[in-house]
Design a protein around this ligand. Structure first.
Ligand code: SAM
Length: 252
């Protein structure tokens, strides 16, 4: 997958993409990441990329022309068509379903704003869609772009060491449940004991326990994600049993 990022801070993107899963994916050729700086396309001695807003008020607005030339260069760098995605608090909040959709694309262009944002005429003319990280305001779109780069890269075939690990994560699978709890050594610790079933070697019982924990966690922590009417009979039974057990013994 190829991702082009239009940003005043391409070095931020390069650094954040050099580590861990994303860094390894880039080394293996699963991800091609390119930064494009609108300042390189600005005219004049000062290479100005922003100016005061019409109507007055605080802050600066990113200018159309440097962005236009920069985006044109990014688009022309590869023949594959690419949606232009503007990171914006006014966009649709990012979800794992959206991440899956984006991960299937051959290419995308991420546009990062700064200051008060970007001249609205540029957004209307060039942007395919706006994506938000959540209902809060960041100083720039780069963190959002880094989030998208990370989330889509780990879904590329071969990006993760264990191909199963993405499939079992939160929000994956048909019901989009939260992941179950995980434990490692030691089995006994002053902060608790690993559930017996995980040490039983009984794979069917372990799978059932994990499913039950996912159902219970989702019901308790994110009831908005759980459509209980859509659950199978077996899942409804597991959830009911987990709720009864919790009612009897509420200690975690
Ligand atoms: C200070 S913000 C501008 C906010 C804008 N004045 C508003 O209230 O909608 C500067 C840039 O940060 C990015 N940004 C801020 N919050 C974001 C969020 N929640 N999700 C994605 N990008 C965000 C956008 O690219 C935005 O252009």
């Amino acid at each position: 997958m190829r991702i082009d990022v239009v940003t005043l801070f391409p070095e931020f993107m390069a650094q954040s993409a050099a580590l861990g899963v994303v860094g390894r994916a880039a080394e293996r050729g699963l991800l091609e990441l390119h930064g494009w700086n609108p300042r390189d396309y600005a005219e004049g001695n000062y290479r100005r990329v922003d100016d005061r807003p019409f109507g007055g008020g605080p802050g600066m607005v990113m200018l159309i022309e440097p962005l236009r030339a920069c985006l044109a260069a990014a688009k022309a760098a590869d023949p594959a068509p690419a949606p232009v995605i503007y990171l914006s608090p006014q966009g649709r909040p990012l979800t794992q379903a959206k991440v899956r959709e984006l991960a299937a694309l051959p290419r995308m262009i991420l546009l990062c704003g700064r200051y008060e944002g970007i001249d609205e005429r540029f957004l209307e003319a060039e942007v395919t869609e706006e994506i938000s990280l959540g209902d809060y305001v960041l100083s720039g779109g780069e963190l959002g772009a880094a989030v998208i780069v990370d989330a889509v890269t780990r879904l590329q075939d071969g990006a993760l060491g264990d191909a199963e690990s993405a499939a079992q994560d939160s929000f994956e699978g048909p019901q989009g449940l939260l992941d179950c709890p995980h434990y490692s050594h030691p089995a006994q610790h002053e902060w608790g004991t690993v559930p017996d079933v995980l040490r039983s070697g009984n794979h069917a019982a372990i799978a059932r326990w994990r499913r039950q924990q996912s159902l219970l966690r989702t019901a308790l922590r994110r009831p908005d994600l759980l459509d209980e009417g859509q659950l199978s009979k077996a899942d409804r039974l597991l959830l009911e049993q987990a709720r009864q057990a919790l009612a009897k013994d509420p200690t975690p």
